[in-house]
Design a binder for this molecule. Structure first.
Ligand code: ADP
Ligand code: MG
Length: 623
């Protein structure tokens, strides 16, 4: 009786393998460009259309293939790079698994043109979904050209799963940058939809980094060098003050191969400890060389994850190398990380002279007057209480938040605000019944919440989320009614963004103009801005735009309405006052006022609750 197990036909096996190796156009780019590097090319040109969905072409001037190899390279496990299992531990090439071309040919239309230097004629092969269509002799220059069209033409599910062109292009640029960084002596060109995005001449490591990430990068870099027996480290790290919100400029290249490694990342981050503000990420471009037998790159089909023999030693060496560079180039002492931030004078008060408090004496005060009289007086004198420039001033309230305060006496409807840290007791108000009854107080708690007494008890507002909501609604209105107010700038602001960012910015231009940005020009090397939304500070523009682009790339909206919505959301998120910021009374009451003028004051644009109320009954229950 025959069994039920069968060997899968090659084209099916290839398609299955393709599932692992070819996930998106960028995977094809990676494999083809790496093959060109392995072929010792000194020039590699990548041409793509529609983010690689329509066309990916890689042209190299490397060693090429003869007729037999040109045919054989599409077979599974066909490789010229290893012969024995031991070779796996002495790898000097990018590829070795011999499955990339077989996989790509299984899920696309592929054309190969290749010629070796010593031969007169080359070979031209056409293959579609693993099926050989034609093979001809052709007149060709030295080297190889792979043309991949209609990726996933035979796997609609895969094709449908591809993200928008922006996202796919970003992945392609990521792969391109990784290989280009690892091989600075190779001349790389990237052309997307007819436009040249990168043209990187043969150079050294530092120039290559600068050519990819822009001229300004040079001044941000600090060299790292460390030689030990088990590893040699070279490359560059970014000065802490240039750290960014995203991780776009973090690269480990181990034995000329880009890899991802959370433990190496951790080692670098620990060297920066205390030097970075917020959750900023430093740039790093670190080239590690380890003996080939101490590393296993074969643990994942795309080879971006590797296993090292002695991770702990590498961690320690890397950390100290980075620390050493930060110290040596005098980067670390610029920031005084022992300082206690709570001792800082808030900016608003820095240049303000401290006045002597004015003590007001009520000359008409009569301790023997009746209780009622005394009460009226004390509440009156309370309203004129002043201590020079401190924050004990009163403010008139706008009508928009009245609803929360219905029931409070209108004639004594005032706000008083104070800032206090948790644990600090504000005695005067704790024991002053009159004030609590007749006035609404604004306190800031833990630099995070605005506390406000209302008729029914306490209102606790999350300052960051409240501000997000306010800004979000402002931006949305501006976009929809096209009436954004811009602050015109005296001199154009010239920004240097990464190429990916610039390309994306071009597409966002109409939406950004909707909220008040005015661009004079958007070019790969420079973006000139002549007008800003009123909510945006000039000093923050670069961070805000980088943040916005990064956020949109991560959470790409499907249609143009949700694009506007997302822009409003993420702009609001990056501009809103953060938790941790001390706010003065004016700022707090502005937030409270505007919040309750919003259409949806209950939830942040990201659907998180903005405030809670704590009723007197609830408080009573707890006593
Ligand atoms: P691998 O790179 O793992 O060997 P591939 O499927 O990517 O497997 O490629 C198969 C073989 O085809 C390679 O080993 C190499 O000999 C040959 N090859 C692929 N691309 C090129 C190229 N651009 N120039 C010369 N030879 C190439
Ligand atoms: Mg390969």
């Amino acid at each position: 009786m025959s069994g039920i197990i069968q060997l899968l036909p090659d084209h099916v096996a290839n398609q299955i393998a393709a599932g692992e190796v070819v996930q998106r156009p960028a995977s094809v780019v990676k494999e083809l460009v790496e093959n060109a590097v392995d072929a010792n090319a000194s020039e590699i040109k990548l041409i793509i259309k529609d983010a690689g969905k329509t066309l990916i072409q890689v042209i190299d001037n490397g060693k090429g293939m003869n007729v037999t190899d040109a045919r054989l390279c599409f077979e599974r496990h066909a490789t010229s790079k290893i012969r024995h299992a031991e070779d796996l531990f002495a790898l000097h090439t990018k590829g070795f698994r011999g499955e990339a071309l077989a996989s790509i040919a299984a899920v696309a239309h592929v054309e190969l043109k290749t010629k070796q230097e010593q031969e007169e004629l080359g070979t031209h092969i056409v293959i579609e979904g693993s099926k050989f269509i034609s093979q001809e002799v052709a007149v060709l220059p030295k080297g190889t050209s792979f043309l991949v069209k209609n990726l996933f033409f035979n796997i609609p599910a895969r094709r449908n799963f591809l993200k928008s062109d922006h996202v796919e292009l970003k992945h392609i640029i990521d792969e391109f940058e990784r290989v280009a960084l690892a091989h600075p002596t190779i001349h790389f060109v990237l052309i997307s939809n007819g436009a040249e995005i990168f043209n990187l001449p043969s150079s050294n490591y530092r120039q290559r980094i600068v050519n990819i990430f822009g001229g300004k990068t040079n001044e941000k870099l600090v060299p790292v060098n460390e030689e030990t027996e088990i590893i040699s480290i070279s490359g560059f790290i970014g000065k802490p003050e240039f750290a960014k919100k995203n991780r776009n400029e973090q690269f480990f290249l181990v034995n000329d191969r880009f890899i991802k490694s959370s433990f190496l990342h951790h080692a670098v981050m620990s060297a920066y400890e205390g030097l970075l503000k917020d959750a900023n990420q430093p740039s790093y471009f670190l080239y590690l060389q380890v003996p080939t037998h101490t590393i296993d790159v074969n643990i994942h089909p795309t080879k971006t994850e590797v296993k090292f023999d002695d991770e702990q030693a590498l961690y320690a060496i890397l950390r100290s190398a980075v620390k050493h560079s930060l110290g040596m180039f005098n980067v670390a002492p610029v920031l005084d990380f022992e300082r206690d931030a709570t001792l800082d004078t808030p900016y608003a008060y820095k240049d303000v002279k401290s006045d002597m408090p004015i003590i007001q004496v009520d000359s008409t005060f009569n301790p023997f007057a009746t209780e009622v009289e005394a009460k009226t007086k004390s509440s009156n004198s309370g309203s004129s209480y002043s201590s020079g420039n401190t924050s004990y001033k009163k403010q008139e309230l706008q009508p928009s938040w009245e609803s929360l305060y219905v029931g409070l006496k209108q004639d004594s409807f005032e706000v008083e605000s104070r800032t206090f840290e948790s644990g600090e007791v504000v005695t005067s108000s704790l024991f002053d019944d009159e004030i609590a009854e007749t006035k609404t107080l604004l306190y800031q708690l833990n630099r995070k919440y605005i506390i406000n007494s209302i008729k029914s008890g306490l209102l606790v507002i999350h300052q960051n989320r409240a501000h997000q909501r306010i800004l979000y609604e402002q931006f949305l209105t501006n976009i929809t009614v096209h009436q954004a107010v811009s602050q015109q700038m005296l001199f154009p602001l010239c920004l240097h963004l990464g190429r990916e960012e610039v390309l994306y910015l071009k597409d966002l231009q109409p939406n950004l103009e909707g909220i008040g940005f005015v661009f004079e020009s958007i070019a790969l090397d420079e973006v000139k801005i002549v007008g800003l939304p009123v909510q945006v500070k000039e000093s923050e523009v670069l961070d805000i735009l980088n943040d916005l682009i990064h956020n949109l790339q991560q959470n790409l909206p499907e249609d143009s309405f949700s694009l506007s919505d997302s822009i409003a959301k993420f702009m609001a998120k990056s501009i809103a006052v953060k938790s941790g910021k001390i706010m003065n009374e004016t700022e707090m009451s502005a937030i409270v006022n505007s919040l309750f003028g919003c259409k949806e004051p209950n939830f942040s644009p990201f659907n998180q609750p903005i405030f809670i109320t704590l009723t007197t009954e609830e408080l009573d229950k707890r006593f």
